[in-house]
Every structure is written in structure tokens, then in C-alpha cells.
Design a protein around this ligand. Structure first.
Ligand SMILES: [Zn+2]
Length: 276
């Protein structure tokens, strides 16, 4: 069943509570855990801190289903079409964060960044990418197998995105950033990495670049690990250099070029092929 990232509390319809925030102040909600409802259909949902208190989310109460017109059962009904593909179940029951909301309630830069790290770099991300790579065709440049291209994934605000619109090469992702209002894109980047560079204690891993537009890698793009996350990730850098990888995260463009910030190599990046 779907894990929801947000819920309504005590029927206050104008504010959505984020599971990460409830987890952060769990003592405040402990006695009123039955006061959460689905933001889409209003049915009662429950808060869970997840395994080892590592993965806060809202989920169904036992024997309480969402209403028929709620987006959650609609998106989950896709499982029936792909009955023997276990990965589809996990993909359709993961709700992707939308950049806009993350930005709107920030109090200061560091709070916002550590929240982003939890949103994009939790264990759920790792499961999500692992499920996804099994739907790629390793005999055809790791493109999505045609039968899964149209698979719909749910975004926090209840809108959907097709799997084929989520994955992309560096040029395709840059195009999506330019088209978006917030100038950022939640995406799964597929690209070839070069060797890592250390710039003022931050780690930058540029992607290879070419001139042939067919390969969709004509623009600068890099993975960026900020100094405060460098120590935690140091031991995994070698394993993703000079490789074909997929990386889940939020791509943005700033004065240094277009990049995805990586908080956890282990949970955000998966290796498809190692070149040397
Ligand atoms: Zn619902």
C-alpha cells in the first residue's frame, strides 16, 4: 500500500503536515496519532516512523481503504497490469517529492538542506532506484523497456508523472529545468561519470560531454557532494567514477553549472556499468 509523505491533522484542510516534521517532533503527536487523514480523500491514515525510525510516512489503517475516487487506489491499480513484476508495486506506491513544497516552508538554509537530504537520500530512495533499474533494458543502452514507459508515478500534490518523463540524460534534464517554473527538476539522471575533483573540500563528479546531439550529453553536468556530506561518502566515490550510473535527486542550475546534489551515494546512485 502507498506510503504518503503528507497528511491533514485535526481536519485542518489548509495545512498539510509532512511526515518528516511529525517525526522531528514526535512527542507532540504521540497521543493524537488517530487524527491524521488522507490529503486526497479524507480517509483516516496513520503515522509510522518506519523501520529503525528511519523512514517516517503515513499509511493506511488496517481494513480502512481510500475512497474509490482517491488518486492512491487509482495509481495503485497499475499493479494489476504488471502482475508478475514485483518492482512495479514499489514504484507505484512511492510518492515523489515535489520541489516547490520543499522550498516553501524552509526556515533557514541548513534546516532545509538536512530535510532535503532525508527526502532524497533515505533508504526508500535506494529501494526505488533498485526497483527501477530492473525495468531498464541492459541490451538497449539501459533505456526503459517499452512496456514500462507509460507507468504513472504519483507526486506529492496528487499529479502524476510518467516514468519516461522522470529518467533522462543530462541534456534532457537541463531542458526540463528550463521549462519548469521553479528552475529545478526532480529526476533520475542517467549518465557517464568522469573522475572526481575536490574543490574547496566539496566533491564534484563531472559527467562526460560530447558534441553529438544524438547522445544528449552536450552540456556540462555534474554530481555535487558538499563538504559537510563528503566524509560520509568518501569511501564510495571510487566505485562510481568512470561509470555509467543512474542518480536520483533534484537537479538545479546555478553559477557553477547544472548539478544534482548527492547526500548519500549509497542511497541515491546505482552503478549500471564500470568502464575502468
Ligand atoms: Zn486517499
Amino acid at each position: 500500500m502507498s506510503r504518503m509523505s503528507h497528511a491533514i491533522y485535526f481536519n485542518r484542510k489548509q495545512t498539510y503536515l509532512c511526515a518528516l516534521d511529525v517525526d522531528g517532533e514526535f512527542h507532540k503527536y504521540e497521543k493524537t496519532r488517530d487524527k491524521f487523514t488522507c490529503i486526497f480523500c479524507g480517509v483516516k491514515v496513520q503515522f509510522s516512523r518506519g523501520k529503525e525510525h528511519n523512514d517516517p510516512h503515513f499509511k493506511n489503517w488496517p481494513l480502512t481503504s481510500h475512497k474509490n475516487n482517491c488518486v492512491i487506489p487509482i495509481i495503485e491499480s497499475q499493479k494489476e497490469k504488471h502482475e508478475n513484476v514485483g518492482e512495479v508495486e514499489l514504484l507505484v506506491s512511492t510518492i515523489l517529492p515535489r520541489a516547490k513544497r520543499l522550498n516553501s516552508n524552509q526556515t533557514n538554509l541548513s534546516v532545509n538542506r538536512s530535510k532535503k537530504a532525508r527526502v532524497f537520500a533515505g533508504k526508500r530512495s535506494k529501494k526505488f532506484i533498485y526497483s527501477l533499474i530492473n525495468l531498464l533494458d541492459n541490451k538497449n543502452y539501459f533505456k526503459i523497456k517499452p512496456e514500462f514507459e507509460e507507468l504513472q508515478l504519483l507526486i506529492e500534490d496528487g499529479s502524476t508523472i510518467k516514468l519516461k518523463e522522470l529518467i533522462g540524460s543530462q541534456d534532457e534534464i537541463i531542458e526540463r529545468i528550463e521549462q519548469s517554473q521553479e528552475k529545478r527538476a526532480i529526476c533520475i539522471l542517467r549518465g557517464n561519470t568522469r573522475s572526481a575533483q575536490i574543490i574547496k573540500n566539496n566533491i564534484k563528479i563531472p559527467l562526460t560531454k560530447g558534441n553529438n546531439p544524438i547522445y544528449k550529453n552536450t552540456n556540462d553536468f555534474s554530481l555535487f557532494i558538499s563538504w559537510d556530506y563528503a566524509e560520509k561518502n568518501k569511501e564510495f566515490i571510487k566505485s562510481i567514477e568512470n561509470s555509467l550510473i543512474v542518480c536520483y535527486g533534484e537537479a538545479t542550475t546555478n553559477e557553477f553549472g547544472t548539478q544534482i546534489e548527492v547526500y548519500s551515494i549509497k542511497n541515491q546512485i546505482t552503478l549500471l556499468k564500470k568502464y575502468k
